[in-house]
Ligand binder design. Structure first.
Ligand code: SAJ
Length: 454
């Protein structure tokens, strides 16, 4: 009875849809529900975010302010820090952070807070969908009991599902509406209702038979990336020891039209997904006495890359009879990937810290990051001037933003360690260039040949 009523309200768009968490996942999804004709109540603990949205502005790069303003003005979208408003919702999606703690253990405090808030305000006929990336079993083991403690039976009184978020901020092609959405429910009825709800605003919905399957889909997707990035990072180390250009090898391998997918090595991995998501699976499997070796090995190699890069810098300076200690090192690009301003888990932070610990005088320039906060204080970037490029004992390209003029870097700097192959097509200039997988030539060595890197 509740299922049929909810399905009817979804179909005629009279259902009120709640979004818990109005970040890079929740806000775009809220807008899609509004565009599909639903009234949406967005709940966020940040009063500042709610006020900003209700004033018709957007704090998410992929959501135009005009869209927020349109629905906030028409009353189709309300952003509020008041959890009691969730009692008005017929369906609620949860898109809150699931970080890892210091010991790489899952921190589900935001999910649990959302579950408590929803259970307190839940009513019969409510559909809840968890979107936050988490370990398999979370929806059934943590979410369902809280609803049932509130006297609501999942599958008949209320409906519960998991649907992994697949938002890639800044992606010019794939958005919330056109990216296929996987949904898996505690019961078949839960899956059907989640499928109906998301099908109202997303082009393709992919049902799976359980919440665990849906939770694992996301973890497989991102573990696949982390493991393959770890593989090419190891290939960079292999090529470095063999004196082979890893970029040439990867580009040639990528000509294979089947059975191969190109990944590129670098100074390590950053972001809010790839370095973290696989550890959710590793953690869960440890509780079942199983060690997910691929995840562990990939994490080991990826985490080792900042050290590998700093070792290259040290060897490159040493080739000029300089020590890291006392050298001026300019880091170019510090966000976790090119052409964005996000610093989360960025390997550039590790590279700069390691250089500083070795006594280098480190500065950075990033066209997208003017400054960042570390240990409670602000670290400011520097302007990219010819004087600074020329004065640096070493320039290290960590994130290869398109906005940087790399020919200028090659023409002006004396030594550049290029961890992203950003200089591959530059004309020769003043700079001696050391690639990610290239042993620096030791000046004055007898043969003048590259000395194998350690
Ligand atoms: N990286 C490499 N080599 C590669 C690819 C990435 O070193 O070949 C590094 C990046 O520099 C970055 C980190 O790995 O530091 C993560 O890069 P990413 O391209 O995976 O970007 P993310 O973290 O924004 O990942 C997101 C994920 N989206 C979701 O989880 C919803 C991921 O699943 C997407 O596949 C990815 O975007 C994407 O394709 O852009």
């Amino acid at each position: 009875m509740h299922a049929q009523q909810l399905q009817q309200k979804i179909d005629d768009r009279s259902a009120v849809v709640g979004l818990v968490g109005l970040g890079y996942v929740g806000l775009p999804l809220a807008m899609e529900f509004c565009k599909a004709g639903f009234t949406v109540i967005g709940f966020d603990v940040s009063d500042r975010v709610c006020k900003l949205l209700m004033s018709g502005k957007s704090h998410i790069q992929d959501v135009p302010a005009a869209e927020v303003a349109q629905f906030a003005t028409s009353g189709k979208f309300v952003a509020t820090p008041d959890p009691k408003q969730l009692g008005k919702c017929d369906a609620i999606s949860i898109a809150v952070p699931t970080p890892l703690g210091k010991t790489r253990d899952p921190d589900l405090s935001y999910v649990l807070a959302a579950a408590e808030t929803i259970a307190t305000n839940a009513h019969k006929g409510l559909l809840i969908v968890l979107e936050s990336t988490t370990y398999p079993g979370t929806t059934r083991e943590l979410m369902q009991p809280r609803l049932e403690q509130a006297g609501l039976t999942v599958g008949t009184d209320v409906f519960l599902a998991f649907s992994p978020e697949r938002v890639d901020p800044g992606n010019p092609v794939w958005h919330t509406k056109n990216t296929p959405k996987v949904v898996g429910g505690i019961t078949e009825q839960c899956t059907l209702l989640a499928q109906r709800l998301y099908g109202a605003c997303i082009d393709t919905v992919v049902p799976v038979t359980s919440t665990e399957a849906a939770e694992l889909v996301k973890l497989l997707e991102n573990t696949f990336r982390a493991v393959n990035i770890g593989l090419v990072n190891e290939m960079a180390i292999v090529c470095d020891k063999l004196g082979v250009d890893v970029w040439e090898v990867i580009d040639a391998a990528a000509t294979k039209p089947f059975g191969y997918m190109k990944f590129t090595p670098g100074p390590g991995i950053g972001g809010h997904c790839i370095p973290l998501d696989p550890h959710y699976l590793a953690w869960k499997m440890r509780t079942l006495n199983y060690r997910t070796r691929f995840i562990d090995v990939a994490s080991e190699i990826n985490s080792e890359m900042p050290n590998f890069v700093v070792d290259k810098v040290a060897k490159a300076l040493n080739a000029e009879r300089k020590s890291v200690n006392g050298s001026k090192v300019l880091v170019l690009g510090i966000s976790y990937k090119r052409d964005i301003d996000d610093m989360r888990e960025s390997p550039a932070l590790d590279v700069m810290k390691l250089l500083e610990v070795s006594g280098a005088e480190v500065s950075f320039h990033d066209p997208h990051v003017a400054s960042f906060r570390e240990d409670g204080h602000e670290v400011k970037g520097v302007e990219l001037t010819d004087a600074r490029l020329a004065a640096a004992d070493a320039v290290v390209i960590v994130t290869d933003h398109k906005a940087i003029d790399y020919q200028r870097v090659v023409d002006t700097a004396a030594l550049v360690i290029d961890t992203r192959n950003a200089l591959a097509r530059m004309r020769p200039g003043r700079a001696r260039i050391v690639a990610l997988s290239q042993a620096p030539t030791i000046q004055g060595s007898a043969a003048g040949h590259p000395v194998g890197a350690a």
